[in-house]
Write a protein that binds this ligand. Structure first.
Ligand code: FAD
Length: 416
């Protein structure tokens, strides 16, 4: 089948790889001049089933409301009358019960664990190097109270297949010697040895190159998708800034823009952008940098070691499609990172970035057929899209082929 994949982020590129391996003739259509120039360009780098907890929860509800009137929190909400935003908030609030939080988390964890196997299979098959580290991730907490709460929450992941170890300060420093000087500020943590880290932009660039050379995937860059061409119940082509691309099927993987695009087609696809900030900085002294990924839970800061670079990420901000940033947006991230890893890097050398998480109200991505007989979705991966992309691509490829997916599909298949 001739399939157009819309969007060359990590999600679209992984789907294109699996579809091409399944014998399809695949063209990826992307507005940027290369792959991974949207959200997949510079995320925190965590391939982290350990971070699969859904955002919507009773605790998140409190933080969300608090953020409306408290500046300086890791979550920032710019109140807006945008109907898309209001609808998203309403649906998010509906997900903030204990029962919904657990159900959504279980679905995400199932996909994240599967996806971890998929990314490792791909990297073995293709040999793509992406500054990967398979040493686990440390989730740590500043007070005993937050450690207890964090261990309790993560315990749910432990009951559903994730290996976890609750660690005190001493064990934490043994696992991550770079945290030694900050350890007195840390009560303890949860170590997730199955988690790993890596540079998603490098991975996507490598996968796009491999898929082009070995699987015949075509990438149409500098090409903006404008709409679908349809005949009755079928999509027949993609209307773009460079003319029409005929196809027998299409996959929407437009990241944060998927909701807008889906809305124009009449789909119920509440993907909304949630902004975050990252810095990437070379390590002055590699020995002072972390040896694995980490999450400073109370400061809402995540980091990963990408070769001799440190990637730091923070903040969840509701600011529409605004991707702009200014130096002051990064001040508290730098302060926390310098406290954690004193002398490891020079702030002046940092590359600053902001991007938009493609967030569903329940944090669960959507895959499967939508509205037309040959239109498919693979989108809405939110805060863990790097973690879930490869598994999603394989899952969708199985659905398109009419095969039984390798994981339980409940909760993952789109229903309009
Ligand atoms: C600060 C931050 C930190 C994060 N940290 C992590 C992490 O540690 N681990 C993790 O798993 N996830 C993380 N994420 C989330 C993860 O990065 C995303 O979920 C993932 O990158 C989404 O991939 P995507 O392919 O869906 O979207 P994108 O990468 O945005 O790809 C969509 C593509 O569609 C293209 N496009 C859009 N509209 C059009 C159009 N009209 N025509 C043509 N092309 C179009 C865009 O240009 C883009 O290239 C983080 C996100 C942020 C913002």
């Amino acid at each position: 089948m001739k399939i157009s994949v819309l969007g060359a982020g990590v999600v679209g590129t992984a789907a294109a790889y699996y579809l091409a391996r399944d014998g399809h003739e695949v063209t990826v259509i992307e507005r940027h001049p290369g792959p991974a120039q949207g959200t997949s360009r510079s995320n925190a780098g965590l391939v982290s089933p350990g971070d699969a907890t859904a955002w919507a929860s009773p605790a998140a509800l409190k933080t969300f409301i608090q953020s409306l009137y408290t500046p300086g929190l890791g979550i920032k909400v710019r109140p807006s009358l945008d109907p898309m935003f209001l609808k998203w908030c309403f649906r998010f609030l509906f997900q903030c019960t204990e029962a919904r939080a657990k159900a959504n988390t279980e679905i995400k964890l199932r996909l994240a664990l599967y996806s971890r196997l998929c990314i490792n299979e791909i990297s073995q098959e293709t040999g793509i190097a992406y500054d990967e580290l398979k040493r686990g991730i440390l989730y740590f907490f500043r007070s005993q109270q937050s450690l207890d709460a964090g261990a309790r929450h993560m315990g749910f992941l432990g009951q559903h297949g994730l290996e976890l170890e609750v660690v005190g300060r001493e064990r934490l420093v043994a696992l991550e010697p770079a945290l030694a000087s900050a350890a007195r500020e840390i009560a303890g943590g949860v170590y997730s040895p199955m988690d790993q880290t890596g540079d998603s932009a490098k991975f996507v660039a490598g996968l796009a190159a491999y898929s082009t050379a070995k699987l015949g995937v075509k990438f149409a860059f500098d090409t903006a998708v404008m709409g679908l061409e349809t005949e009755g119940e079928r999509v027949t082509g993609i209307a773009t800034s460079r003319g029409s691309f005929a196809c027998n099927a299409a996959v929407i993987s437009l990241g944060p823009e998927s909701g807008l695009f889906g809305g124009k087609l009449g789909l119920d696809l509440p993907v909304y952008p949630v902004k975050g900030y990252t810095v990437t900085v070379p390590l002055n002294d590699p020995a002072k940098g972390p040896t694995m990924g980490g999450v400073d839970d109370d400061r809402m800061l995540a980091y990963s070691r990408l070769g001799d670079r440190l990637r730091i990420a923070s903040t969840a901000e509701f600011a529409g499609f605004d991707r702009s940033f200014k130096p002051s947006d990064f001040a508290s991230m730098f302060k926390t990172a310098k406290d954690l890893f004193p002398g490891a890097f020079d702030e002046a050398k940092a590359e600053l970035w902001a991007g938009l998480r493609p967030m569903m109200p329940n944090s669960v991505p959507v895959m499967g057929r939508a509205r037309y007989q040959n239109l498919y979705l693979d989108t809405g991966h939110g805060h863990v899209g790097w973690t879930m992309a490869c598994g999603s691509g394989k899952f969708l490829t199985d659905l398109i082929a009419g095969r039984k997916p390798e994981i339980d599909p409940s909760g993952l298949v789109y229903r309009n």
